[in-house]
Design a protein around this ligand. Structure first.
Ligand code: RAT
Ligand code: ZN
Length: 437
């Protein structure tokens, strides 16, 4: 047997961790990116031609940056009204954001820095005062082959989509062509928020679509909602079912017997039968400033007790859980120590900032070892895969290096092989193994 040299000093540990993270293909378990068959933004002109968003104008008009520009040019006298902003074309909106956030100020926020990292990793100079040179460059890219380039730069081997079946535009695409999701680079996820966020309206929609559903669960409702979910899971070949839930989400919830019933009699049985996890993304308060549209949502502290109750009451179900509030992270980690059917994932949305990624990754390693999924990108715009993974990978490397250095200090032998295996678990295998359990 060939003996593996141990990594004894911090410098060699750090090099080994960085190499392992660079070499390890990442499965991105939650994004809002789409296959090119859903249609893509078209350059020149940056017109939206479908659901796959990419390129400079989409990057600069990311809703995180829309929220930020309204802090600099507020929607009040002397500023710019929301109506005036939404009336602008996409390029005009992008020019407005570029001028105020990137040219007249230092683009220091994480969302701004992300655009610059992306441009620079694509080989472009991030110091341009106007967006025109970038537009010319993007106009030369073909979205389909550009996906490969982005995935290579990001180190991602699989992009998990989010496919909201209650979205009319997207549903129509799946109905027209069930193969719209077929692309070896992508996997689909059935997203069904309205079934819990607004059961009566969702039941009404299903009835419109030909299912015998009634808001009071009478008649064939339970079987019919299962038939609806089964149909869409098959059509999308979905790898899990997902919902974003408000901070008030409880299980059981005496104030929401319909929600309890939907979970207990419909969702849990169909997920268990098919071995599919339910991804709960908990803590989003939608539309606290509706004038900001997608940028107007907020975070709220939620109840980890609901997750605990679900994991205990449904031991044959699998739960992928991320929570939006920093204050929920410790309790969620402790819950995961108690339940093997709970997989904690990602630093979601307002937590996807270096300071919080670092804190959360450290805490999770200390409480859960390598049995969690440290990050997902949540990329809405394809090119964001580059910066979201670039930034997170560096932080994960720093934290892992510290942890291995601590172990080495105790006299434990760290090998390059062990490091590679840990990294493979965190960035790839934990997700695939959990899906197949
Ligand atoms: O991070 C985001 O872009 C949010 O707007 C949401 O899409 C969130 O990630 C979600 O999946 O609901
Ligand atoms: Zn998302």
């Amino acid at each position: 047997m060939i003996s593996t040299p141990f990594l004894a000093d911090r410098a060699s540990i750090s090099r080994c961790v960085s190499d392992a993270l660079t070499a390890q293909p990442i499965t991105d378990i939650h994004t809002h990116c789409y296959t090119p068959k859903f249609g893509a933004t078209r350059y020149p002109g940056a017109k939206r031609g479908g659901l796959l968003l990419w390129g400079i104008d989409e990057l600069v008009t990311y809703h995180y940056l829309i929220a930020e520009v309204f802090r600099i040019v507020p929607a009040m006298k002397g500023g710019l009204s929301y109506e005036a902003f939404w009336k602008m074309g996409r390029q005009e909106q992008a020019d407005h954001i570029w001028k105020h956030l990137f040219v007249e100020r230092t683009p220091i926020s994480e969302a701004c820095r992300g655009v610059l990292t992306t441009l620079s990793r694509l080989g472009l100079d991030p110091n341009e005062k106007s967006l025109e040179p970038y537009r010319r460059w993007f106009a030369q890219q073909d979205p389909d082959t550009y996906i490969d380039r982005v995935m290579e730069l990001a180190g991602v081997d699989q992009i998990t989509m989010t496919n909201p079946v209650f979205d009319d535009e997207e549903r129509a695409m799946w109905e027209k062509d069930p193969a719209v999701g077929d692309d070896p680079r992508f996997r689909a996820v059935l997203r069904i928020d309205p079934l819990l966020r607004d059961w009566p309206a969702a039941a009404g929609k299903l009835a419109e679509w030909g299912y015998e559903t009634r808001p009071d669960f009478s008649g064939k409702t339970v079987d019919e909602v299962k038939r609806f979910l089964g149909h869409w899971l098959d059509r999308q070949k979905a790898v899990y079912v997902a919902m974003s839930l408000p901070p008030q989400f409880r299980y059981p919830d005496p104030d929401n017997p319909d929600g309890d019933r939907f979970i207990r009699d419909i969702l849990m049985p169909i997920c268990a039968e098919r071995g599919l996890p339910w991804a709960m993304m908990i803590g989003s308060r939608l539309g606290v400033n509706p004038a900001l549209r997608d940028a107007g949502d907020m975070v709220g502290k939620a109840d980890v007790g609901a997750v605990v109750n679900l994991c205990r009451d449904f031991p044959d179900n699998k739960f992928l859980v991320t929570m939006l509030s920093r204050e929920n992270q410790h309790e969620l980690c402790v819950a995961a120590r108690k339940f093997g059917n709970l997989m904690v994932f990602g630093c979601w949305w307002f937590l996807n900032n270096p300071v919080l990624i670092e804190e959360m990754t450290r805490m999770r390693l200390e409480l859960l070892g390598t049995s969690f999924i440290p990050q997902h990108s949540d990329a809405r715009i394809l090119d964001q895969l580059i910066y979201k993974w670039d930034h997170s990978r560096r932080i994960i490397a720093r934290v892992l290096t510290d942890k291995y250095a601590d172990l080495a200090e105790s006299g434990f032998h760290i090998t390059a092989d062990a490091v590679r295996q840990d990294v493979a678990r965190l960035m790839h295998r934990n997700f695939h193994d959990f899906l197949k359990l």
